[in-house]
Structures are given as C-alpha cells and as structure tokens.
Design a protein around this ligand. Structure first.
Ligand code: PRP
Ligand code: MN
Ligand code: MG
Length: 182
C-alpha cells in the first residue's frame, strides 16, 4: 500500500468500511441538526481526513473551522493541560459546535477542549470521532458520534500519524513493531 506496506502489520478498517460508516454517521448528524446551524470544528492535524470526508457526506449545510492544540510537556498522558497553537476564527457564541477528531485515546485532549469551547457560550458542543480507543471510556466524556471502537493497538492512517507519517493512508491499520522499536 502506497510504498508504506512494509511498515504495516494489518489493516483494521478498510477505505470502504470508512466511507460506509461515515455515510451512516452523516445521516445521524443530518437528522440531529435538522433546522439548526452547524459548525464543524476540526482538530489539526489528525482530523483533516475525517473532516473532509464527513463534511462531504453531510447533506446539512455547515461551516468549518479548525483548532490546533498541543499537550504541555513531553508526557503523553500527564495533566491534561493543553495549549492552543491555533485558535478558532469563528465566534462560537450561540453556535452548535461539533468537534471532529480522528481518534480519542486518553480523552484528555477532548476533555480540555470541550471545557474550553463551552466557556465561550455556544448553543451546544458535541463530539464526533472516527476512532475511539478503550482508555477513552474511563474519562467523563460524552462522545455523540463514534465511527469505530478499536482495541489499544498502535494504529495509523486516515489522519493518524506515527512521527508525522502515515496520515495519508486511506485506511486504518496497525504499525509493524519494527517501525516504532527502532
Ligand atoms: C492525537 C489525536 C487526537 C489526540 C488524542 O493528536 O489526533 O487529537 O492525539 O489523544 P488523547 O485522547 O490521548 O488526548 P496529536 O496531539 O498527536 O496531534 P496530531 O493530530 O497533529 O497528530
Ligand atoms: Mn490530533
Ligand atoms: Mg499525532
């Protein structure tokens, strides 16, 4: 696959499975937001693929905006303190915000982000993620739309990176051990 085949172990979710599931999720969103405005907020950079495909699968008109955030320090699951690298350009007061993510792992990024966005006075804040990992179930986070619940493996593709690579794989797969152990 795209010259990255040797780095992959197996495919977990195919391109067809992704688009079929996105069509289902988009239909739910269309129904839930009927008669209301909708602002999709993508979290850079992982959410780029799912934002692009979800937005095109929707029939409901929507606006799109982006945030880039970064966890403080080197620890991956430390305090949950997050810093904004790029903020929204939209004033979300009274807006229906739907945060779009590629993956929820520890849930710390989104826990913080939901709190941050709620403080700006939106009409609603909901979450849509392509992938949810098991750890996220331990966090007090109400995820309205989930593409796939996947096991706690090292996954890449469809926006998910390892050291900034593999985001452009059109499917979601596991990374071969030799890649992240060298
Ligand atoms: C990844 C992923 C989510 C977040 C999930 O982003 O895209 O945004 O981590 O992790 P959590 O649930 O444990 O907080 P990352 O910070 O790697 O940036 P990226 O999107 O640019 O890859
Ligand atoms: Mn991300
Ligand atoms: Mg990343």
């Amino acid at each position: 696959a795209k010259d990255m085949g040797a780095d992959l172990e197996k495919i977990l979710v195919t391109e067809d499975q992704i688009s079929a599931r996105l069509a289902e999720v988009a239909a739910e969103i269309d129904a839930d937001y009927a008669g209301r405005d909708l602002l999709l907020v993508g979290v850079l950079k992982g959410a780029v693929m799912v934002m692009a495909d979800l937005a095109r699968a929707l029939h409901h008109p929507c606006s799109m905006d982006w945030m880039a955030v970064s966890s403080y320090g080197a620890g991956t699951t430390s305090s949950g303190v997050v810093r904004i690298l790029k903020d929204l350009e939209t004033d979300i007061k009274d807006c229906n915000v739907l945060i779009v993510e590629d993956v929820i792992d520890s849930g710390l990024t989104l826990s913080w982000l939901v709190g941050n966005l709620r403080s700006r006075g939106p009409a609603s804040v909901e979450i849509c993620t392509m992938v949810r990992k098991p750890l996220a179930l331990d966090v007090d986070l109400n995820v309205r739309y989930v593409g796939f619940d996947l096991p706690n493996e090292f996954i890449v593709g469809y926006g998910l990176d390892y050291a900034e690579k593999y985001r452009n794989l059109p499917f979601i797969g596991t990374l071969a051990e030799h890649v992240y152990q060298r």
